[in-house]
Write a new protein. Structure first.
Length: 213
């Protein structure tokens, strides 16, 4: 996924609001998706960035699923490094510096896989009345925390690109995410692509020398 200057289902257990240490473990190319905003409809190439959460909640309990695995959270972006693009803003905040002209011409988004960050999560109510956990800010991990030692990674890093689709990675995605990808013209252009359907009720929402990537 080369980017240039040109979270999730509310039925799942929510990541607590607050600042959390997290590791980027997955990138998913969602293809071109229809986006409606203020009465306008646009077709935009989208990418989903997923993080595994490491840490404790305000009660001192580990932030994990019922099976003990780390919770995860994702954020969807327009695949662009334009000046006002959300992806660029978050990457600049995360890296602690802006992009060079060369990086703006060609930046491989896969370089963020495995990178650690501090993410700020807030809870917001959707139009359907349900509460969703959203990533609102991403910054680098402070040097003091790095010096003390980072947690042990849990998930294997992976990426899915519609330009060079790895169907083994695709089959490991949830039915909801696969259904979203199947809505894209890039997917429809692929020959012999398998079909899946979203489950009922599913909703898809859209440092100086110490640079993490």
């Amino acid at each position: 996924m080369i980017v240039s200057d040109t979270g999730g289902n509310a039925d799942f257990k929510q990541v607590p609001a607050g600042m959390h240490m997290a590791r980027c473990y997955r990138l998913v190319d969602l293809g071109t998706q229809k986006q409606e905003w203020q009465g306008q409809t646009k077709m935009l190439r989208k990418v989903m960035v997923s993080f595994e959460i490491h840490g404790e909640d305000e009660d001192g309990q580990p932030i994990v699923m019922d099976d003990g695995k780390p919770m995860s959270i994702s954020k969807n972006y327009t695949l662009s490094l334009a000046e006002k693009a959300s992806l660029r803003a978050d990457l600049v905040s995360w890296r602690g510096r802006d992009f060079t002209d060369a990086e703006l011409r060609r930046f491989d988004l896969k370089t963020i896989l495995g990178a650690w960050a501090m993410i700020s999560v807030v809870h917001a109510q959707g139009n359907n009345g349900k509460t969703y956990a959203n990533i609102v800010n991403i910054i680098g991990v402070p040097a003091a925390i790095k010096k003390a030692g980072l947690p042990e990674p849990f998930n294997e890093t992976s990426s899915f690109s519609l330009d060079e689709p790895d169907m083994k990675v695709f089959e490991k995605l949830s039915k909801g995410i696969r259904a979203k990808i199947e809505m894209s013209p890039e997917w429809r252009a692929l020959s012999q692509a398998p079909r899946v359907h979203a489950p009922a009720g599913w909703r898809f929402d859209d440092m100086e020398d110490d640079v993490p990537f």
